[in-house]
Design a protein. Structure first.
Length: 294
């Protein structure tokens, strides 16, 4: 719009032919000029710059795997002296295979809990470390995985208990109905503290949370390990009094079998004491109206 156009810049001068360099001849490729792989030292590098090779590893000393006739090794069985009663090795392995048959082959670790229970029954009420290690080998996991299960559930005992392990329920309904008096009567009669074993090895007293018999509180559970895993029993005794629980202990000491369930003669199973007062007949179904009549 009135301004003159800007002229283009002059071209750069070319280098005269006499000053141009001839093209350099490319040398033939040799092994020395080939690119080296990453993290490899150059061929002329000084030896002192190279890291020395690692020392050879000493051979790992491993002990032979334990034989598992009773879910434990013979050497450790002598040191811990567990009492395995009532099962032959063939019977034990038959029960182990029966447990494993309930789970897929790639989920054998699902059988840890029932095998811990079997080992506890065979060892008289407790699970030694040797049995946990053997179970870990059977299911193909690290021993710590079995330890985690055994230490999480309070029903697995890691110390010796009596042949009759008495478990007093300490949850709210039983506590309100006098479970502390039941426990005090047991401890005083047996002359032990909680989780201790009597001098004859027959009885021990522990505590457990709710066992599902709140309607017949207070109650105890008795785990009988006198006959090993084949004769193991776990029975409930309900509607107890301090006097009645001492009578049950003496019956067990004499080898008798106390009646299971409620100890109240006026109660039948979980029904009300004194008999039924309601629901004496077959209940009627709820009324249903005909929706088509609306």
């Amino acid at each position: 719009t009135g301004h003159p156009p800007i002229p283009p810049p002059p071209p750069l001068p070319l280098r005269p032919p006499c000053c141009r360099r001839p093209p350099a001849s490319r040398p033939a490729a040799s092994s020395a000029s080939r690119p080296r792989p990453l993290h490899s030292p150059p061929p002329d590098a000084s030896p002192r710059l190279r890291s020395p090779p690692p020392p050879p590893r000493p051979p790992r000393v491993t002990s032979p795997g334990p034989s598992l006739p009773r879910l434990t090794t013979t050497s450790i069985r002598r040191t811990t002296t567990p009492t395995c009663r009532g099962s032959s090795p063939r019977t034990t392995w038959r029960r182990v295979n029966e447990i494993l048959s309930h789970y897929p082959s790639n989920y054998k670790q699902s059988g840890i809990i029932p095998m811990l229970d079997l080992a506890q029954q065979q060892h008289g009420g407790w699970v030694p470390v040797a049995a946990m290690d053997a179970i870990a080998k059977i299911v193909g996991v690290a021993p710590i995985r079995v330890y985690e299960v055994a230490t999480f559930y309070s029903m697995f005992n890691r110390t010796k208990v009596g042949k009759y392990h008495l478990l007093v329920c300490g949850t709210t309904p039983c506590m309100i109905r006098g479970s502390r008096d039941i426990e005090d009567a047991l401890l005083k009669h047996l002359g032990v503290k909680r989780n201790e074993v009597t001098s004859d090895g027959l009885f021990s007293v522990g505590e457990m949370e709710c066992m599902g018999c709140c309607v017949n509180a207070p109650m105890i559970a008795v785990a009988d390990y006198t006959k090993g895993s084949d004769g193991y029993t776990y029975n409930y005794y309900e509607d107890l009094t301090p006097k009645r629980v001492v009578e049950l202990v003496e019956m067990l000491r004499r080898g008798e079998t106390p009646p299971r369930g409620t100890q109240n003669p006026e109660r039948k199973n979980c029904g009300p004491a004194g008999g039924m007062t309601t629901l004496l007949g077959e209940p009627k179904p709820p009324p249903c109206r005909d929706l088509d009549a609306c």
